[in-house]
Design a protein around this ligand. Structure first.
Ligand SMILES: [Zn+2]
Length: 408
């Protein structure tokens, strides 16, 4: 098997971002991406298994918003029901505003404190706050005809609501549109969302290479995207490194098994976390380490690495391996993305990403291959290979913190 070059890996990025494009869970493109990845896994000699799940198949053909007859930019939240609503607007910027406002049958326009960050879904299985629950429930109780969420950033419609249990029609608008809506609060707005939701599915793709014992290293990246971004940096780059590693490690003699995991739903409905725990949670104990790649190889940054739920010996071994790559920077643990699922279940977890701010990219339509450095993609493959070679002959007990040991 030839060793993958950075050009090959950039090819995977182009296939995922240009030929396949946005690939949110439940969409046909998500299924095509899964097939593509399964094909590369098979070609690398891995046994392919899938972990299927049900999720909404949401499609939105058009979202239009008019205020006093003026068309304004808006994008339906996920997975909003269809609507054609003409109603007065009520602008609310704080929880106290929301609690006091009469929004029933009107269009609630949320800004400020309420939409600084995306609202955590009502039944989010990973994390929730009283504040987010309160906002969601107040809206559902009061039954506005529709909800408009204002993204605080210019030209940015990264959705403020992505929630299967949020049943009201809703859309996100960028800050400049939001300012117009708040200036003219009380004026009637016309929101039209042409969307359909059908039952659909997705599947995580596993590429397995058995070892002599149950012990294995899990390598992972998510291949889905938010609704309308080609997702090059987040996360076609990570997937392409995962595929590069499948080919690279195929020729290596290893003392443990390998489990390559391509997650199909990290971004939208949490079926990465929920389904993996449900289907494979009984085997966490035999994972020596979980290595996640998410947001790697940004052309305007450098690669970073972090580690969670580890023994001192594991960290020392990885530091020695990574020392050969002086551009790779150690950063603080970040409890998001797929490695966290493992760390929260006691599996030592390593994550590779980039030194750029996540907020710089914000799941935008222009997250294209422009932002990916082929050299840094190749660097990630080299780094992860070096880590695998440094730890493959250890036992899972070696990589876990001693009972009672302080966590870093
Ligand atoms: Zn990601």
């Amino acid at each position: 098997m030839p060793t993958p070059t950075s050009t090959d890996m950039l090819h995977h990025v182009h296939v995922l971002t240009e030929q396949i494009g946005p690939r949110m869970a439940g969409t046909p493109a998500n299924h095509v991406a899964a097939e593509y990845i399964a094909g590369i896994f098979r070609r690398a000699g891995l046994d392919v298994e899938t972990l299927p799940f049900d999720c909404p198949g949401w499609r939105c053909d058009e979202t239009t918003l008019e205020l006093d007859g003026e068309p304004l930019a808006a994008a339906a939240n996920v997975p909003s029901p269809a609507c054609d609503v003409l109603a007065p607007t009520v602008a609310v910027g704080t929880i106290a505003d929301l609690d006091a406002a009469d929004i029933t049958g009107k269009i609630a326009v949320l800004y400020g404190d309420l939409t600084r960050e995306p609202l955590i879904p009502l039944n989010c299985p990973i994390y929730n706050t009283d504040r987010d629950q309160h906002i969601n429930r107040a809206l559902l109780d009061k039954q506005p005809a529709a909800v408009i969420t204002i993204n605080p950033h210019l030209r940015d419609v990264e959705r403020r609501i992505e929630d299967v249990d949020f049943t009201l029609p809703s859309a996100t608008v960028p800050a400049d549109v939001g300012a117009r809506l708040v200036h003219r609060a009380g004026h009637p707005a016309h929101l039209r969302i042409a969307a359909v939701t059908k039952p659909s599915s997705g599947a995580h793709v596993l590429g397995l290479r058995p070892g002599p014992h149950a012990a294995r290293i899990a390598l992972m990246a998510h291949f889905d995207t938010k609704v309308d971004t080609p997702g090059a940096w987040d996360n076609a780059g990570g997937v392409s490194a995962l595929l590069g590693l499948a080919e690279r490690l195929a020729g290596r003699d290893l003392a443990c098994g390998l489990e390559f995991i391509a997650f199909a739903d990290e971004e939208t409905y949490s079926n990465d976390h929920v389904v993996y725990i449900r289907e494979r949670g009984d085997r966490f104990g035999s994972i020596l380490a979980a290595i996640n790649m998410d947001g790697i190889a940004h052309i305007l940054g450098h690669n970073t690495i972090t580690i969670m739920a580890h023994s001192a010996a594991l960290k020392a071994a990885i530091e020695r391996a990574v020392a050969a790559f002086p551009r790779v920077e150690w950063v603080e643990p970040w409890p998001q993305s797929n490695h966290s699922t493992f760390a929260w279940h006691g599996v030592p977890a390593i994550a590779l990403s980039s030194s750029v701010e996540w907020s710089m990219m914000r799941h935008q339509p222009d997250d294209t291959a422009l932002w990916i450095s082929p050299d840094q993609l190749a660097e990630v493959v080299d780094v992860v290979e070096a880590i695998v070679l440094a730890i493959h002959d250890r036992a899972p007990a070696w990589s876990r913190p001693a009972p009672g040991a302080a966590q870093t």
